[in-house]
Design a protein around this ligand. Sequence first.
Ligand code: DHB
Ligand code: MG
Length: 221
Amino acid sequence: MQTLWSDLDHYIESHLLPSDPALDQIIDNTNQHGLSNHLAVAPNQGMLLQMLIQMNRCKRVLELGTFAGYSTIWLAKGLPQDGYLLTIEGRESHALVAKANIEQAHIDTHIDLKMGMAADVLNALPVDTAPFDFIFIDADKGSYPEYLELTLKFSRSGSIIVLDNVIRNGDILDPHNHKPSITGIRQTFEALKNHERIASCTALQTVGSKGHDGFAIAIVK
Ligand code: DHB
Ligand code: MG
């Protein structure tokens, strides 16, 4: 099935997505640094995130887990010139590649890349930090429950939270799988269920060039 899913993603990309040399260059540069682009969002997923930002006229975006900056550029391109994007990456080697990739993309909107564990960076933000309109959680999966609570502190009524990789090829249903990355996702589903600060929430399974995975999407109450 994977070949068919990948072929269909390429079909979608070639018909519907604009060719973007800046994004192609990020993929090349990431490969050249020996990092696997498998951890990045697929182009059609990046476009979905960008469109969600545009549909909701978001101005402030928070991303946890920059990796090499590929999703960051998709998110940033959904923002107006006076927008602001804060992206946080915990691994220095990845942050350095992301920094170069973001600089090369020449994005008009202000992108702030902070190196450090997402929880530490968020806890160190000034208390008067304006809320973020759109939050993309894509860092270490074992910490998703903590990231959900932390990012809620930096959100407002109507903020959108998207969580990547919440299906993991179905592993979340495997009772024998107790990896922190999987238990973290299960705990996140439990936390999202009837959460007092979440107005609506759903999750969608995705198949494509990145395998079988999914997004969860929540609107803050
Ligand atoms: C992994 C992490 C991701 O954020 C992703 O989109 C795909 C895979 C991983 O750690 O394996
Ligand atoms: Mg991801």
